[in-house]
Design a protein. Structure first.
Length: 435
C-alpha cells in the first residue's frame, strides 16, 4: 500500500490560483435578482424601508463627511464634498444593486485614503474616517442580504487586504480604524448572511408545506373517488349479474323462441359476463390497499334509521324525518340511495367529532325529481376534538358523490351556531332512462 503523500507544489499552486479566480469572478458577477431589497415583504412599510434608510444615510453622511474631510484632513471644500458624495451616494444604488455599489464605494474609499495620506494637517483617524467607515458598514448589510456567500467572502478578503496594504504605506499614521473596519464588515457580512439563510430556509419550508398540503388534498380526492368507484362497482355488478342470469335462462323460461332470439340472448349473456370480468379487474386495481372485497350489500335510504340510532349511542341525539314526497318517488336507483346514505353518514360523523352532545336532525324531502338531504346540528354541548379521528375526507367525499349525480352541495354554519349540510340529488327511478 502506497503511503499518502501531500499533493505536489504545482498542483497546490494551481488549486489556489483557481480559487482566487473563482473569488474574482464572484466579485464581477452579481446575482441575477434586480429587485429592491425587501421587495417581497407583505407589508408596504417594510418594502419602503430600504429606500428610507438609504436616503437618510446619504443625507447624513454626505454633509458630515464633507465637514470631516475638510476640517480634520485638510482637503479643499470641493474635493471633500465630491469625495464624501462618492463614498456615501452608492448606498442609494445598493438598494437594488449592492455589488455594483460596493465597487464605487470601495474605489472612493481607497481614493480617500490616498488623498488624506498626503495631507500634512490630517488630524483624524487614518486610513478610514468615521463617516466612511459607517457608510461602508451600511453597505455590508445590503450586500449580505443579496449576494452569495462566496461573493461576501471575496468582499471581506478585499477589505482585509486593502486595509493592510494602505496601513503599511503610512505605518506611523495608521490608526485603529483599519482593524475596526475589517472586524465590523466581517461581523455584519456573517450575521446578514446567516439571517438571509434562515429566511430562505423558512421560505422553502413554507413552499414545501404548501406543496405537501396540495398533495394531501389530491391524495384525499383520489382516495375518495376510488372508494366511490368501488361502491358503485357493487351496485352495477348486481345489475349486470341479473342481466346475465335472465339472458341465460330466457330460452328455457320462454318457449317457442326462434333461433335468432336464442342466439341474441346468448350474445347478451356473454357480453354481460365479459363486462363483469372487466369490472372485477378494475376493482382489483382500485383496491390498492390489498383489502378483501366487501360482500355486504350497499346501504341506502332504508338503512338511515339504523344509522341515526347508532349515532345516538355516540352521544349525539339525532332524529330522522322523511317527508311523504320521498315515498312518492318510488324505488330509487342504488346510486342515489347509496350517495344519500353516505352523505348523511359523513355529516353525522362530523357532528360526533366536532360537536359532541349536540342535537342533529336529518331531513329527507323531494321537489319534483330531486331528492333533498339536509343534516343540521345545534352547537355542541362540550368541546369536540379538532380533527377528531377523521381522515379529512368527509366534505371531499360528499362533493364527489354529489358531482357524480350532477347535484349540488351546500355547507356552512347556521345563525344559531350549529352547522348545516344540504345536498340536492337528481333522482332516476328504477326503470327510467337517465338523462
Amino acid at each position: 500500500m502506497k503511503p499518502l503523500l501531500p499533493p505536489p507544489v504545482p498542483a497546490l499552486l494551481q488549486r489556489s490560483g483557481d480559487q482566487l479566480v473563482d473569488l474574482g469572478r464572484a466579485l464581477l458577477v452579481p446575482v441575477e435578482d434586480r429587485s429592491a431589497l425587501m421587495s417581497g415583504a407583505q407589508r408596504a412599510w417594510v418594502r419602503w424601508l430600504p429606500y428610507v434608510l438609504a436616503v437618510a444615510a446619504v443625507a447624513t453622511l454626505v454633509p458630515v463627511g464633507t465637514v470631516v474631510l475638510a476640517d480634520n484632513y485638510g482637503l479643499a471644500g470641493g474635493v471633500a464634498g465630491g469625495l464624501a458624495l462618492v463614498q456615501s451616494a452608492p448606498l442609494l444604488l445598493a438598494v437594488t444593486r449592492p455589488l455594483q455599489a460596493w465597487w464605487v464605494m470601495a474605489g472612493g474609499t481607497v481614493l480617500g485614503a490616498v488623498l488624506t495620506a498626503g495631507s500634512p494637517v490630517a488630524a483624524g483617524p487614518w486610513p478610514w474616517p468615521v463617516p466612511t467607515l459607517l457608510g461602508y458598514v451600511f453597505l455590508m448589510v445590503a450586500l449580505a442580504l443579496r449576494e452569495r456567500g462566496r461573493t461576501l467572502f471575496a468582499v471581506w478578503l478585499v477589505t482585509l487586504v486593502t486595509s493592510i496594504v494602505v496601513s503599511d504605506l503610512h505605518q506611523p499614521r495608521a490608526g485603529e480604524t483599519a482593524a475596526v473596519t475589517v472586524a465590523l464588515s466581517g461581523a455584519v457580512l456573517l450575521l446578514g448572511w446567516s439571517v438571509r439563510g434562515r429566511g430562505e430556509a423558512q421560505r422553502l419550508l413554507a413552499e414545501q408545506e404548501q406543496i405537501s398540503e396540495a398533495e394531501r388534498e389530491r391524495s384525499t380526492l383520489l382516495e375518495e373517488r376510488a372508494r366511490i368507484a368501488r361502491e358503485l362497482h357493487d351496485v352495477v355488478a348486481h345489475h349486470m349479474s341479473v342481466i346475465t342470469v335472465q339472458a341465460d335462462s330466457a330460452p328455457y323460461r320462454i318457449g317457442g323462441l326462434p333461433p335468432e332470439a336464442v342466439e341474441e340472448f346468448g350474445t347478451i349473456a356473454t357480453a354481460a359476463r365479459s363486462s363483469l370480468t372487466e369490472m372485477r379487474r378494475l376493482l382489483g386495481v382500485l383496491r390498492s390497499d390489498g383489502a378483501a372485497p366487501d360482500r355486504a350489500p350497499q346501504p341506502g335510504l332504508a338503512q338511515l334509521g339504523g344509522l341515526v340510532e347508532t349515532v345516538g349511542q355516540a352521544g349525539v341525539r339525532a332524529e330522522l324525518t322523511v317527508a311523504p314526497e320521498v315515498t312518492e318517488l318510488g324505488e330509487l336507483s342504488q346510486a342515489v340511495g347509496l350517495s344519500a346514505y353516505r352523505i348523511v353518514q359523513e355529516a353525522l360523523a362530523n357532528v360526533v367529532r366536532h360537536a359532541p352532545g349536540a342535537r342533529a336532525e336529518v331531513r329527507l324531502t323531494a321537489v319534483g325529481r330531486t331528492l333533498l338531504v339536509a343534516v343540521e346540528n345545534s352547537p355542541g354541548g362540550r368541546p369536540g376534538v379538532e380533527g377528531g379521528e377523521g381522515t379529512g375526507h368527509g366534505l371531499v367525499g360528499m362533493r364527489e358523490r354529489v358531482r357524480l349525480l350532477s347535484g349540488r352541495l351546500e355547507t356552512g354554519a347556521t345563525p344559531a351556531g350549529g352547522f348545516l349540510v344540504t345536498a340536492e340529488l337528481p333522482v332516476n327511478v328504477l326503470g327510467d332512462t337517465p338523462r
